[in-house]
Design a protein around this ligand. Structure first.
Ligand SMILES: [Zn+2]
Length: 196
């Protein structure tokens, strides 16, 4: 890497999605020429966020604490759990639906070629959440892509085990659907009351 500070700034900006060399150069020169205060605030915010933001112990969403705001909110419905691919999905669902249950954030989808498997998606933590016995409606709201559907199918394999562990909890069929801008209720399909 260049030891020229401007080159380092341009190179650093290129880590952002969709930012190529020309855009990075334009951003860097704009901050230097016209808005150094914003540039300093941006740098401080980046350092703080990268050092302090971690994943929630329970749902894996981003947070500064052990538990995120949603997981630590006693008003939320413990019986409903919605599985999504990313923190952006949580924000979208919170804005566009009246869903008051809990979430589980996969932070991606299954992608064996990229080395992303069940461990990377935290499916062990998900199973622990389900084993607590509180969840009665499970929604898999992965994105409507090939990868998202494959991930939903894989996760649904976990559910029968969960049902057999908690036959009275009424967890049944799970549904896979895209969640960008979607309402929550179509995602919850066919909860089955088991009669054992
Ligand atoms: Zn959480």
């Amino acid at each position: 890497m260049s030891d020229n500070v401007i080159d380092q700034l341009i190179d650093g900006l290129r880590c952002l999605p969709g930012v190529g060399p020309k855009s990075a150069q334009r951003m860097a020169l704009h901050l230097l020429q016209r808005d150094r205060d914003s540039g300093k605030r941006l740098g401080q915010a980046l350092v703080q966020a990268m050092e302090r933001i971690r994943q929630c112990n329970k749902c894996r969403n981003f947070t500064e604490n052990d538990l995120c705001d949603i997981c630590s909110d006693s008003e939320r419905d413990d019986t409903q759990l919605c599985i999504v691919e990313s923190p952006a999905d949580v924000i979208a669902l919170e804005k566009s639906t009246g869903f008051k249950g809990r979430y589980f954030v996969l932070m991606g989808h299954l992608s064996p070629l990229d080395g992303i498997g069940p461990v990377e998606l935290g499916l062990g933590i998900l199973e622990e959440n389900l084993d607590s016995g509180a969840v009665k409606e499970l929604t898999i709201a992965t994105n409507p892509t090939v990868e998202g559907s494959a991930t939903a199918n894989y996760i649904s394999v976990i559910v029968p085990r969960f049902v057999s562990l908690h036959p009275r909890e009424g967890v049944g069929t799970v549904a896979s659907s895209g969640c960008a801008g979607a309402t929550i209720q179509p995602l919850i399909i066919g909860s089955t009351q088991l009669t054992t």
